[in-house]
Design a protein around this ligand. Structure first.
Ligand SMILES: Cc1cc2nc3c(=O)[nH]c(=O)nc-3n(C[C@H](O)[C@H](O)[C@H](O)COP(=O)(O)OP(=O)(O)OC[C@H]3O[C@@H](n4cnc5c(N)ncnc54)[C@H](O)[C@@H]3O)c2cc1C
Length: 419
């Protein structure tokens, strides 16, 4: 029986373990450095686990997106849902293709994986950090103690170390001579320079544009959260990877009223001036924005709240309209790995085959999940990558074993192998 060691008891490690163990003929062990496996899964989707996205395609992935496409096309979101259904978990699709467990609880996703692993006699060794891996003539020796024929690296990235992922996978890669694309935080908030602290707590639907002084880098829409240090929320998370990569100063331009065109916004302000000239200028912001944000933007455009609307010069009105739709702040830095949901960078996919997830330079070494240089947008894309790549590694291990058995049988019987 071939011994398979899976380093990292997270999403991709369990997907690989369950896939392999279902085939039979393997002894599968997961090594997990924390006290319990699948800890991160409980925190996903705000405790609801956004486990895939029906719109998952290359456009939603960065890093080695072509590598990701080759894997995702064989294990698409529908097959993730079927995989979970086969373990007894129903899922439902919500807005923008996001899929959640029907129970609405991430713990259901963890529980079905644990139960299936238990049913299939997968060994789970917890409190066990693998810090050393040595390639042997056949197989691998872990921590100078555990031997295996086949090794699957599924130890995640560097994001969210509180959930067990502190870059250990990359240290193991380096020991094996596998190149690592420098990891940077992705899907994280942005710390901004001279950010007004009194905006803390404001939430508002915006279009946010990330740009340098010369060009636009990316644009996203959704609910932005204003914090004491800068900007957060899903659209900001989506910009953060590009901010991490930029070597030049970057800025976020916030359109705080994307529902109105520039001319419709000016019309709204002119109407207020015409119809209620005696009202104080505060009304201009009240009809458009959350109070703290409105007050701040009025001030920034040189308008005192108590000035009657009718007394405002046209230039002031235009300046207010301009800042409402292009409030710009300079990014100091993305928040670090402690606050990031995912890692951009990681084990260089060029050292692996997208068909098998197997390393080019090792007979029996596989990698999957966030440890590889693939990262997705917010919205279920990263877990989809973890399930797809874990299952791809699992299927490849099974297929290879079958081939080896067939060859061995052919050799024993003296019949020429038809393959
Ligand atoms: C707060 C939060 C919310 C998220 N929400 C979502 C979401 O809703 N949808 C989505 O698609 N993605 C989400 N993500 C991202 C997603 O959880 C990850 O991309 C995904 O879990 C990666 O799977 P993985 O198997 O590669 O690694 P992980 O799930 O991170 O698992 C790696 C495991 O390896 C263990 N480990 C690490 N090093 C070692 C070692 N040396 N020896 C032994 N064990 C080791 C770790 O303890 C960990 O358990 C979220 C992430 C965070 C932090």
């Amino acid at each position: 029986m071939q011994r398979v060691s899976i380093v990292g008891g997270g999403a991709s490690g369990f997907a690989a373990a369950v896939t392999i163990a279902r085939a039979g003929g393997f002894s599968v062990t997961i090594y997990e450095r924390l006290q319990k496996p699948l800890k991160k899964l409980l925190a996903t989707g705000n405790g609801r686990c956004n486990l895939t996205n029906m719109q998952a395609n290359t456009a939603h992935y960065c890093g080695d997106a072509r590598f990701a496409e080759a894997v995702l096309s064989r294990f698409p979101p529908q097959s993730t849902r079927s995989f979970f259904r086969s373990m007894g978990l129903c899922t439902k699709e919500e807005d923008a293709g996001r899929v959640y467990p029907l129970s609405g609880q991430a713990s259901s996703v963890r529980d079905v994986l644990l139960e299936e692993a238990r049913r299939l006699s997968v060994q789970i060794v917890t409190d066990c950090e693998i810090t050393e891996v040595r390639a042997q003539e056949k197989g691998f020796l872990l921590n100078q103690t555990y031997f295996c024929d086949i090794l699957v690296l599924s130890a995640g990235g560097s994001a969210a170390p509180q959930h067990g992922t502190d870059g250990g996978a990359f240290r193991l890669c380096k020991q094996l001579g596998i190149p690592v694309v420098p990891p940077v935080p992705a899907l994280t908030a942005l710390v901004c320079k001279r950010f007004p602290k009194n905006l803390k707590g404001v939430r508002c639907d915006c279009i946010v544009t990330l740009c340098t002084r010369e060009k636009t880098l990316a644009e996203c829409e959704g609910e932005v959260q204003f914090t004491e240090y800068g900007l957060s929320g899903i659209p900001i998370f989506s910009l953060s990877r590009r901010a991490s990569e930029s070597t030049q100063p970057v800025f976020v331009r916030v359109n705080c009223v994307p529902a109105l065109s520039a001319s419709a916004l000016l019309d709204f302000l002119h109407t207020a001036v015409r119809k209620t000239p005696e009202k104080s200028s505060g009304v201009l912001a009240e009809g458009l924005l959350p109070r703290a944000l409105g007050d701040y933007l009025l001030l920034q455009s040189g308008i005192r709240k108590d000035t009657p609307v009718g007394a405002l010069p046209e230039a002031r009105l235009r300046s207010f309209a301009g800042i409402v739709q292009a409030f710009t702040v300079e990014v100091e830095r993305p928040r670090g790995f402690d606050f990031a949901q995912v890692t951009a960078g990681g084990a260089d996919c060029r050292a692996f085959s997208p068909q098998t997830m197997r390393a080019n330079d090792y007979e029996n070494l596989y990698a999957c999940g966030e440890a590889l240089n693939v990262d997705g947008d917010c919205g279920g894309y990263n877990l989809q990558w973890a399930w797809s790549s874990g299952r791809a590694a699992g299927e490849a291990i099974i297929k290879r074993q079958k081939e080896q058995r067939r060859k061995a049988c052919a050799a024993d019987s003296g019949v020429e192998d038809p393959a």
